[in-house]
Design a protein around this ligand. Structure first.
Ligand code: ATP
Length: 145
């Protein structure tokens, strides 16, 4: 088989948070048949800023409207796109967002579920190492604010 081509993708996503009866909660989405819980994110479209993408993807994937408070950081990982025989390096920019409205019932049909979790429950639940690092950093930022 010919060697895999290399692709680069840039996505953007967010940690959206709210206070609920004195407990800080964040929203996660479930994908891959509900087996993987992760942060909402998606590809930065042409003409979009990473901040705009983050707000749009959080709204689409979780059903929640958020307002950006700060940048949390970036993660990157490699994955293989079988149909294209390509190795893809994806970089994801993450933003901390304050919850403004909406319901997780209105999550995208492309995700299996969307739900609020207390921060520490979310930390235990996220499947990817990179997402966990971002949630840990978000927790510090929320506690300082
Ligand atoms: P996007 O959500 O950016 O529109 P997509 O749905 O095509 O894109 P991803 O969700 O990035 O793609 O998933 C592509 C591959 O990368 C999947 O195999 C997934 O398991 C893996 N992946 C997704 N997020 C992470 C992450 N934070 N860390 C490691 N691997 C991840």
């Amino acid at each position: 088989m010919r060697p895999a081509t290399i692709k680069n993708q840039v996505s953007s996503g967010g940690v959206i948070f709210r206070g609920n009866a004195g407990v800080t909660e964040i929203a996660l989405i479930a994908v891959k048949g509900g087996n993987v819980w992760c942060l909402p994110k998606g590809i930065v479209d042409k003409g979009e800023s990473p901040e705009e993408t983050a707000v749009r993807e959080v709204r689409e994937e979780t059903g929640l409207k958020g307002r950006i408070k700060d940048k949390i950081g970036d993660i990157s990982f490699w994955y293989y796109i079988k149909g294209e025989n390509a190795r893809c390096r994806k970089t994801v920019h993450f933003y901390l967002m304050e919850y403004m409205g909406g319901s997780t019932k209105d999550h995208d049909a492309e995700v299996d579920d969307a739900s609020w979790f207390p921060l520490d429950t979310a930390l235990a639940k996220v499947s990817y190492k990179g997402d966990k690092k971002i949630v840990e950093k978000a927790k510090e930022m929320i506690q300082k604010s």
